[in-house]
Design a binder for this molecule. Structure first.
Ligand SMILES: [Zn+2]
Length: 436
């Protein structure tokens, strides 16, 4: 990966404004320019502004929601907390921290959990974000993501195509950029396939940036010998923003909402289903909540949501898919099946592939790789489903960072590290078993 490092070191320092506010996309955008933009001074239009210390009032979405730390010594305790509706964000040795609304707070007391501390999300936003660099405009909102994907496809018509895999609850397109030298759009391909998805969870904005910029990097480096081989031999799909409704909702007021779910209106009028609890893999059996207002709400049934349904149809229609990364944030971890069961996957060979490929990607990112259910058991997970239903070697990446809103300065390094891992995955996609 010397080439990547060199490329990053030589990042073009020309002024670049293609993604600032309403400025049209530059005709000759390059990956290096993108990166230099990400590290440049903030644009005049703050697309994802940092929560302001001067803010007088907090949004209704934040009202009544808390950042709590609860005693939890092992994964059984963590799984029970997920079922109580707690959105576990940080795991410590004897406790976890995360987001809870009124219902979950009630559960925590009625079920005799030990709540160690509790602070409103608004207070936490204040304390966490006061040191942020004022550069979050570099993150791509839905319109900018769409524009950039269109630009990539338009500039590389021989190998790239863009199509929608379905519509969200609010009618936005779920865009998929395909890189394949022999097939366009939804045409079938016999080449082994790799799939990268970001943004199951609304506020995990870095999980959109990584696959989006991975696509830009692959196209920029399309003539490198190894990348050329992958583009000719593989069928590569990149869906950076699976949950654009949620992502837009998270930034719509100018203050971050800590919003996780999609935008479904539930039976009790609460909003949102946790898309990564909605897949049909031990659906809602453990580590998920039946309560619609909870952050870990699994939905009224498996695949009840248009976004998860779109992924289901996409994967079922493409039996050539072999490998997959689903990006989340944050923990610096690589997780593989099962997440919904304590058991190992039954095939010893497959388990070895997960361990080996996960470990290799761990070396390239500095992330820790392990079986997902070692952290806690959570059912309805996309990667469990993709492996069980389609035999895809599917990895969940919890990207780096010390919060959901780590600022724009983190993007360049996270993207660079994760390109290495994503390209390694391409190198084994023709036959993942060759890794062992
Ligand atoms: Zn997530």
């Amino acid at each position: 990966m010397k080439r990547l490092l060199l490329s990053l070191a030589l990042a073009n320092l020309l002024p670049y404004t293609a993604f600032a506010g309403e400025t049209p996309v530059a005709p000759n955008i390059s990956f290096d320019q993108l990166l230099s933009h990400l590290t440049a001074a903030p644009a005049e239009t703050a697309v994802i502004p940092e929560p302001s210390a001067e803010r007088a009032a907090y949004s209704p979405e934040e009202a009544g929601r808390y950042w709590v730390t609860v005693e939890a010594a092992d994964k059984r305790a963590r799984t029970r907390l997920l079922e109580a509706g707690l959105d576990i964000v940080e795991i410590n040795k004897d406790s976890v921290s995360g987001v809870a609304g009124a219902y979950t707070l009630g559960q925590l007391s009625s079920k005799a959990f030990t709540v160690l501390s509790k602070t409103t999300l608004a207070q936490r936003a204040f304390s966490v974000t006061k040191d942020f660099p004022a550069g979050d405009a570099a993150y791509h909102n839905f319109r900018e993501t769409t524009d950039l994907l269109r630009e990539m496809a338009a500039k590389n018509p021989d190998i790239a195509s863009l199509f929608s895999i379905g519509k969200t609850v609010e009618g936005r397109d779920i865009w998929c950029l395909r890189i394949n030298s022999g097939a366009k759009g939804t045409a079938v391909s016999a080449k082994p396939g790799a799939l990268y998805i970001g943004n199951h969870h609304a506020r995990e904005h870095l999980s959109n940036e990584v696959p989006l910029l991975l696509a830009a990097w692959l196209l920029e480096h399309r003539n490198d010998a190894d990348i050329k081989t992958y583009i000719n031999g593989l069928d590569i799909y990149i869906i950076p923003m699976l949950n654009p409704d949620g992502a837009e909702n998270d930034i719509k007021t100018g203050s971050y909402q800590y919003y996780r779910k999609n935008m479904s209106v539930n039976a009790d009028k609460s909003r949102g289903v946790d898309l990564n609890r909605n897949y049909d893999s031990w659906w809602c059996e453990a580590g998920a909540s039946n309560y619609p207002g909870a952050d870990t709400y699994c939905g009224p049934k498996a695949f009840s949501e248009p976004e998860s349904q779109a992924v289901k149809k996409f994967i079922e229609a493409r039996r050539n898919l072999k490998t997959h990364i689903s990006y989340h944030s944050y923990a610096s971890e690589i997780l593989y099946p099962w997440g919904g069961s304590d058991a190992d996957v039954p095939s010893v060979k497959d388990r070895q592939v997960f361990e080996k490929v996960g470990a290799e990607m761990g070396k390239l990112t500095g992330y820790r790789s392990y079986k997902s259910s070692e952290m806690y058991v959570a059912t309805g997970d996309s990667c469990d489903w993709a492996y069980a239903a389609a035999g895809i070697f599917a990895f969940t990446f919890e990207l780096e960072g010390r919060g959901f809103y780590p600022g724009a300065a983190i993007i360049t390094g996270a993207v660079a590290r994760n390109i290495k891992a994503a390209v390694y995955l391409l190198s084994v996609t023709d036959n993942p078993y060759k890794a062992i």
